[in-house]
Design a protein around this ligand. Structure first.
Ligand code: ADP
Ligand code: ADP
Length: 225
């Protein structure tokens, strides 16, 4: 599903290159649940953002579902993203002025899904997440854990092949964090959704099937659990 070959990312300032990622090569198959771990500054978020097409590598090739992402034009890349990728952020990135229901519906509007289908998909997700009673609330009326559930519901409504999550439980208490990890595990095992998360937590990583350890922009270890 994912093939990275010799990915490099650096920022150049006054002729000096600061490398964030070097020689990163790996493959990730459909159905894997991968955790990217490593100290702050190791390049974890940068790697995840490259996988999610939110950032471009400086060098190297990235193939996603058979498409060479690095040579696609912007329009094709956005289409590939909208059709396959659900991104979940540490700080949720919900739209404050929109209700729970409107936040969840937003990706379907971008994808121009017709109204009746939008309403039925959003209703299904609200039901499944036990959030029907909260659908008209705004993000700031919810706990952090509930906001993250909305963030995940919003990612799922577009029926992604893969969920990319950057420290999805980084702002949550442990009970809420466990709930999110249980949900990821279920989505992975029961629906075959590929999951890649950045995490500092060994507890979170233990929910997955593989850990990539990054250090100074290099994959130091690749462990199957
Ligand atoms: P960023 O993703 O912006 O680079 P960091 O990687 O520094 O941020 O940290 C992301 C989150 O993880 C923060 O909430 C931070 O408090 C927390 N964190 C950072 N280092 C650790 C650690 N060693 N163990 C547990 N949590 C950490
Ligand atoms: P991690 O998620 O492991 O904490 P990041 O991928 O967030 O690491 O960042 C890795 C390094 O890249 C950090 O030292 C960060 O300061 C640097 N970095 C990230 N974005 C930029 C940028 N736009 N310009 C320069 N340096 C950056």
């Amino acid at each position: 599903m994912i093939e990275l070959k010799d990915i490099e990312k650096y920022y150049a300032s006054k002729g000096v290159k600061s490398y964030i990622l070097r020689h990163v090569s790996t493959t990730i198959k459909q159905g894997e649940f991968v955790s990217i771990m490593g100290p702050s500054g190791a390049g974890k978020s940068t790697l995840l953002n490259i996988l999610g097409m939110l950032e471009e590598p400086t060098y190297g090739s990235y193939s996603f579902m058979g498409e060479d992402v690095t040579t696609l034009n912007e329009r094709k890349r956005i289409e590939l993203y909208r059709n396959h990728i659900g991104f979940v952020f540490q700080a949720y990135h919900l739209i404050d002025e929109m209700t729970v229901e409107e936040n969840i519906e937003a990706p379907l509007l971008y994808k121009k899904v017709p109204g009746a289908e939008r309403r039925s998909r959003v209703a299904d997700i609200l039901d499944r997440f036990n959030m029907v009673a909260k659908k008209d609330l705004f993000p700031n009326q919810l706990s952090g854990g509930q906001q993250q559930l909305v963030g995940i519901a919003r990612a799922l409504v577009a029926q992604p092949s893969i969920i990319l999550a950057d420290e999805p439980t980084g702002n949550l208490q442990s009970a809420q964090a466990l709930q999110i990890m249980e949900l990821f595990k279920k989505l992975n095992e029961e629906e075959g959704i590929t999951i890649i998360q950045v995490t500092h937590s060994e507890v979170n990583a233990a929910y997955g099937s593989r850990i990539l350890h990054l250090l100074d922009g290099v994959i130091k270890e690749d462990v199957n659990l």
